[in-house]
Design a protein around this ligand. Structure first.
Ligand code: FAD
Length: 404
């Protein structure tokens, strides 16, 4: 079977989307207070597990649903659009990590991990970014050999989405010499950077509640601290940078789905409000219906074009991957080419929420309303890897023949 051959049937895809729509009702219920309190509602964790979506993209041969790239985007879109964007972003980290591990792990580690996900609905978080340079930081978190084949991990991850709900934390750390020192040469540092995973119950893991943002408040992206956390040999997941770069699609498509969902949510909110809004007596007439105003019709159409352009780019990129068209992209360019789908979705979310705010009128900026939240949440999309700037630079370099 090729990497992105589709295992699920159209009926199975529809059924997964229907599950997401049902779960979205609960997300929608708790979203406003979660945003206000700036935390992930942990009562949703057992409901997520009950929904079965934990095994969404685990391949069928390991007991999962085997969802493909486009299906994971559609499920995330449904949860963000009809449920809540920030809560969806939080659970989204689980799918990002499962997706990456579909090919990154050695078979024995993969079997062990997917068994936990399928049989116990174990949920994963994936804090990699650190304070010094975000996702670009070659891990300052250290894995010091314990002399028995395992490591003692110490460090701090300041972007740990879903960490409070997770059963397993997967992260990167640099394997040091016995003395605990990180190599001075940055290439050697990068070569030693590896992926690890441990249960959240491991001694030495603590969470600092540092999350206080204006965007994605309900995602519960706290700080995770490792203090001499024992990681046995089975907790090793392979090299980080080189491995992850080959799995960029499993970062791109789940994130793209979340932000398509934000754009879809904002579009529906503004359309439904404008369709019935009457201005009554104004200087232009005695009962002006907003839906009859030319510039409003025009901009609403523009919002739809933004949404649909992005959706077609995400679906089209998934189709390219399924057809194996990515083989035409060089290994260095591949992550950037794939990430075009993420940029399309995150930029559409920014543009559609912007149009929706303008068209809805001043009431849209009142704190806590669904559109105001969508507008704020859309702004986080630009930071997820690969960022737009990273993609433009990579592709520009490639076209100019100066990409290493
Ligand atoms: C809501 C939310 C949730 C998140 N959750 C997670 C998570 O669960 N796990 C996780 O690992 N991360 C997570 N992140 C972190 C996200 O991946 C970071 O925002 C990202 O790594 C960028 O880091 P930074 O924001 O600290 O900016 P920096 O990387 O410090 O960027 C600062 C500036 O430097 C530039 N820059 C960055 N790298 C380079 C480079 N190599 N060369 C030249 N210029 C560069 C940038 O373009 C930017 O202009 C989350 C982010 C958000 C917004």
């Amino acid at each position: 079977m090729a990497k992105h051959d589709i295992e699920i049937t159209p009926a199975e895809r529809d059924e997964l989307i229907a599950r997401a729509r049902k779960l979205a009702e609960k997300f929608a219920e708790l979203g406003p207070s979660a945003d206000e309190k700036n935390e992930l509602p942990l009562e949703l964790v057992p409901l997520y597990k009950e929904s079965g979506l934990a095994r969404l993209i685990v391949p069928k041969k390991y007991g999962g649903f085997g969802a493909d790239l486009w299906t994971v985007a559609l499920v995330e879109k449904e949860l963000a659009s009809y449920g809540d964007p920030a809560i969806t972003l939080s659970f989204n980290m689980h799918h990002v990590m499962v997706g990456i591990f579909r090919d990154l792990l050695e078979e024995s580690a993969r079997v062990r991990l997917f068994k936990e996900v399928v049989e116990n609905s174990a949920l994963l978080s994936g804090p990699f970014s650190e304070e010094r340079a975000g996702f670009s930081t070659i891990a300052d978190t250290v894995a010091v050999p314990d002399g028995k084949g395992g490591w003692l991990v110490s460090g701090k991850k300041n972007w740990a989405t879903f960490i409070e709900g997770a059963d397993i934390v997967t992260f990167n750390a640099t394997i040091t010499d016995a003395d605990g020192k990180i190599p001075e040469d940055y290439k050697e540092h990068a070569a030693r950077e590896s992926v690890f995973m441990v249960p959240m119950t491991a001694p030495g893991i603590s969470i600092k509640r540092t999350w206080d943002t204006f965007s994605m408040r309900a995602s519960g992206t706290q700080t995770c601290v490792f203090d001499k956390v024992p990681v046995p040999a089975e907790g090793y997941g392979g090299p980080f940078r080189t491995g992850l770069i080959g799995e960029m699609e499993w970062v791109t498509f789940p994130f793209a789905g979340v932000y398509l969902g934000i754009a879809d949510r904002a579009f529906r909110l503004v359309r439904d409000s404008l369709a019935k809004k009457s201005l009554g007596h104004t200087v232009s007439g005695d009962n002006v219906m907003v839906r009859d105003v030319g510039h409003i019709q025009h901009q609403l159409g523009q919002a739809l074009v933004e949404l649909e352009m992005a959706e077609r780019v995400v679906q089209g990129t998934a189709a390219i991957m399924t057809a194996g068209g990515d083989a035409a992209w060089s290994a260095a360019e591949r992550p950037a080419r794939i990430s075009i789908a993420k940029i399309a979705a995150t930029e559409a979310a920014v543009r559609v929420t912007d149009i929706a705010m303008r068209l809805t009128g001043g009431g849209a900026i009142r704190r806590g309303g669904p559109l105001e939240r969508a507008f704020r949440d859309a702004r986080a999309g630009i930071y997820h890897p690969l960022s737009g700037d990273a993609v433009y630079e990579l592709l520009g370099k490639s076209q100019l023949g100066v990409l290493d």
